[in-house]
Design a protein around this ligand. Structure first.
Ligand code: KG4
Ligand code: ZN
Length: 332
C-alpha cells in the first residue's frame, strides 16, 4: 500500500510516499524561502500561487523516485489545516482532484498531529503514551498523547509561538528570513555572561509567553547597538531564555502527568541547544526523548503521508468522510 502525502500549509511544498512495508520510499521538498526573503516574511498570496506551480512537478518527481505509477497510489493524505488558507486550498483542491481522477480515498490531515507523530518515522522504539512538546512557527504546545487520536493540550503559548519569536528576534538582529536557524547559528558566537534575559512565566503553570523576549531583544539592540558581537550576545541570551522555559515546563508536565517519554517536534525541534537541554533533563529524570530527523522537523510531506497511512489503516470505510476527520483533528 502506498500513501501519497501532500503538505502546503505555509511556504514549503512537501510531497512523499509512505509504503506500508518500507516506510517513506520517496520524499521531495521545495522551499519558497527565496521568494519570501525580500519581504522579510511569508506573503500568503505568493505562497499559494507558488504551491500551485510546484505541486504537480514535485508529485511526478516523487513517483519516479519511488519507482511507482499513479495507479499504485492507494490513498492521498493532505494537510487540511491549520495554516495559510490560500496555501491550504491549493493542497486540498489538488488532492481531491487527483483522488477523483484516480478513484482513491482522500484523507485530510491536521498539520499539528502530523508534527506530533513525525518521530514515529525514525524511531521503532517509540510507543504511546508520551508527552509531546510541539514547537513550530505557529504553535507552542505541551500535549498529552495517550494513543493515536487521543490528544489533550496541557499548555500552550498565550502570545507568540516560540518559532515566531525566533524569527522576530532574528529580524530585529537584521538576519534574513527565515531567521530561526540563522539566529541559532549566530548564538554559537555569543558570550555567555554578558546579557541575562528573563524566563517568562517559568514558575507559572504550563502555558508559555514569548513576546516579551522579543521586546527585550529590541531594547537591548537599542541600548547596546548592533555590532556583530552584541548581536551574537543577544541571540545567545534569547535562545538560552526561550529554551530554558521550554525545558522547565516540559519537565513539569512530565512530572505532573507522569510521562517518562517526551517527543519534541515542529521546526524548532531542529534547534541543537533545545535538543541538548531536553536530553540532559530526561537523563536526570530517567526518562527518554525522541525527535524527528532534522529534515523532518520543519514542514514536509513525509509526516503527512505517515499520518495518512495511520488513518487509512485504522478504518478504510470512513476515510471519504471529511467531516469526521476535520472535526476531530482541527480541534487539537
Ligand atoms: O514546523 P515549521 O516548519 O512550520 C510551522 O508549522 O510553523 O516551523 C518553522 C519554524 C520557524 O519559525 C523557524 O524559524 C523555526 O521553525 N526553526 C528553528 C530552527 N529551525 C527551524 N528555530 C530555531 N532553531 C532552529 N534550528
Ligand atoms: Zn509545521
Amino acid at each position: 500500500m502506498n500513501i501519497l502525502g501532500i503538505e502546503t500549509s505555509c511556504d514549503e511544498t512537501g510531497v512523499a510516499i509512505y509504503n506500508s512495508k518500507n516506510g517513506i520510499i520517496a520524499h521531495k521538498l521545495y522551499s519558497q524561502s527565496n521568494l519570501h526573503s525580500k519581504f522579510g516574511g511569508v506573503v500568503p498570496e505568493l505562497a499559494a500561487r507558488d504551491h500551485l506551480k510546484k505541486i504537480g512537478p514535485l508529485i511526478d518527481e516523487v513517483l519516479i523516485s519511488a519507482n511507482i505509477t499513479k495507479k499504485e497510489i492507494s490513498a492521498i493524505a493532505y494537510t487540511a489545516g491549520p495554516g495559510l488558507i490560500g496555501a491550504l486550498m491549493v493542497g486540498a483542491a489538488f488532492s481531491h482532484s487527483l483522488g477523483l481522477a484516480l478513484n482513491i480515498p482522500v484523507i485530510p490531515i491536521n498539520h499539528l498531529e502530523a508534527h506530533i507523530l513525525s518521530p514515529f518515522l525514525e524511531n521503532k522504539k517509540l510507543d504511546y503514551p508520551f508527552l509531546s512538546l510541539l514547537v513550530s512557527g505557529g504553535h507552542t504546545q505541551l500535549v498529552a498523547v495517550e494513543s493515536f487520536r487521543k490528544y489533550k493540550i496541557l499548555g500552550e503559548s498565550i502570545d507568540d509561538a516560540v518559532g515566531e519569536a525566533f524569527d522576530k528576534v532574528a529580524k530585529i538582529l537584521g538576519l534574513p528570513y527565515p531567521g530561526g536557524p540563522k539566529l541559532s547559528n549566530l548564538a554559537i558566537l555569543g558570550q555567555k555572561n554578558r546579557f541575562l534575559f528573563p524566563r517568562p512565566m517559568i514558575n507559572n503553570g504550563l502555558n508559555f509567553s514569548f513576546s516579551g523576549l522579543k521586546t527585550c531583544s529590541f531594547h537591548h539592540v537599542k541600548k547596546f547597538g548592533n555590532n556583530e558581537q552584541t548581536k551574537a550576545d543577544i541571540a545567545y541570551a534569547f535562545q538560552e531564555a526561550a529554551t530554558d522555559v521550554l525545558v522547565t515546563k516540559c519537565r513539569k508536565a512530565m512530572k505532573d502527568y507522569k510521562f517518562n517519554k517526551v517527543v519534541v517536534a515542529g521546526g524548532v525541534s531542529a534547534n541543537i541547544c533545545l535538543r541538548n537541554k531536553i536530553d540532559n533533563m530526561v537523563k536526570k529524570e530517567n526518562a527518554e526523548s525522541y525527535y524527528p530527523r532534522i529534515e523532518f522537523c520543519t514542514d514536509n510531506g513525509a509526516m503527512v503521508a505517515y499520518v495518512g497511512y495511520c488513518y487509512f489503516s485504522l478504518n478504510k470505510n470512513i476515510i471519504n468522510n471529511d467531516e469526521i476527520f476535520i472535526n476531530h483533528k482541527l480541534s487539537l
